[in-house]
Design a protein around this ligand. Structure first.
Ligand SMILES: Cc1ncc(COP(=O)(O)O)c(C=O)c1O
Length: 377
């Protein structure tokens, strides 16, 4: 049964445009991997993955084996890299479904050996260069190489992830990470581990630094038409990088469920945080923080109705949100409301919503109700 209270419209032309934009930056032998983990950053795993491949993605990345299996079952043919850790039965499942898993620790190699018998699907190694998340420390490489060779584990790629490349306009730390990555690759090669596909670039690196591309770039947020940060935009201009115009893919919509007029002096919502200073027509929307429409949007975020801004009034509830439609007199029950995206000349951007919530555009789109339908427009 289709969930009706809100839905997501995806712009196919925007997705194709964004993927073509990143493809153009690469040489023909460099691979473009689109990161579709976490329900394709909230956009819808399978629909986005299928179109991304059509649009030119050579590889896809998910976070866990379950997401990879969903893609395999959907008939996706390009190589799929699992970025996160894999455990126990996930490892065997990954092997059955031809998923490239990430090995990031000696324990991880041992778990792989315990669970994977047919060692024919190549793996990627995650190398620690300064983010201190997943990854082999430099002093673990020798043991890792010995295990990989002794047990004939086929290594195809090795990668790392930048700690602050999108957070700053000073990229000294990222440059240091890149150097550490190159040193780790040299060490692996000297230990007899051939790495055909080294890769480090996320969206910010893909926009800013061609020397981070190596054999593949892993573009997440840019696929969806969003910039990683303002700092990335400023850096791109300072560095004289070719201008790119990313196009947001997601429009998140709902409908007005009820309209009522609140008399002057009356309150709206939990905590009575909004009090009407004029007769206020409010539209009641069947979405709330349980759907990813954050409570932090209370009394601050805008929605769009008939191409005009309608502000949230009162607190966003778990399942309901109230908006002020006093200045949109023809707004009526059943009208479409844009929670995120464009309507006419107006836009509610993921960045504007992120600012209301003190977070980043990544979190806004990723948290959009996974059960809401995703439709291409
Ligand atoms: C290992 C790895 N590579 C690539 C990406 C994509 O990053 P971005 O969305 O900034 O392009 C992520 C995102 O979290 C990641 O964890």
């Amino acid at each position: 049964m289709e969930y009706q209270n809100c839905w997501v419209e995806l712009s196919k032309s925007a997705l194709y445009h964004n993927i073509a934009t990143f493809r153009q930056q690469l040489s023909p032998n460099q691979r473009l991997l689109c990161v579709v983990k976490s329900n394709a950053y909230g956009h819808g795993l399978v629909p986005v993955a299928k179109e991304a491949v059509e649009a030119g993605a050579n590889w896809l990345a998910v976070f866990n084996v379950e997401e990879g299996v969903l893609l395999g079952n959907a008939g996706i043919q390009v190589p799929i890299l699992v970025l996160g850790p894999s455990y126990g039965t996930q490892l065997a499942l990954a092997s059955t479904h031809q998923l490239r898993i990430t090995l990031a620790s000696i324990d991880g190699i041992e778990a792989y050996l315990d669970n994977v018998t047919a060692r024919d699907v190549p793996v990627h190694l995650k190398l620690e260069t300064g983010t201190h998340r997943q990854g082999f420390m430099p002093d673990e490489l020798k043991t890792a190489a010995q295990l990989l060779q002794r047990h004939r584990i086929p290594v195809e790629g090795a990668y790392s992830h930048y700690a602050d490349i999108e957070d700053t306009t000073d990229h000294t730390f990222a440059a240091g990470q890149r150097e550490k990555f190159e040193r780790a690759i040299d060490t692996l090669v000297s230990l007899g581990v051939n790495v055909a596909i080294p890769h480090t670039a996320c969206t910010a690196a893909a926009i800013l630094f061609p020397n981070t591309y190596f054999q593949m770039v892993r573009v997440g947020i840019g696929t969806y038409g969003l910039w990683p940060s303002k700092e990335t935009n400023v850096s791109a201009q300072t560095l004289g990088r070719p201008e790119i115009a990313l196009k947001p893919v997601m429009n998140w919509k709902t409908r007005i469920a009820q309209i009522k007029t609140v008399p002057v002096g009356e309150f709206v919502g939990y905590g009575r945080t909004f009090r009407a200073t004029r007769p206020t027509r409010i539209g009641i929307l069947p979405v709330g923080y349980a759907d990813g429409y954050r409570r932090a949007f209370s009394n601050t975020a805008n929605t769009l109705v008939h191409g005009m801004r309608a502000r949230v009034v009162g607190r966003v509830c778990m399942n309901l949100t109230m908006i002020d439609v006093t200045d949109i007199p023809d707004a009526k029950v059943g009208d479409v409301v844009t929670l995120l995206g464009t309507d006419g000349d107006e836009a509610v951007t993921a960045e504007a919503l992120a600012a209301c919530a003190g977070t980043i555009n990544y979190e806004i789109v990723t948290c959009v109700a996974p059960y809401a339908s995703r439709k291409w427009v």
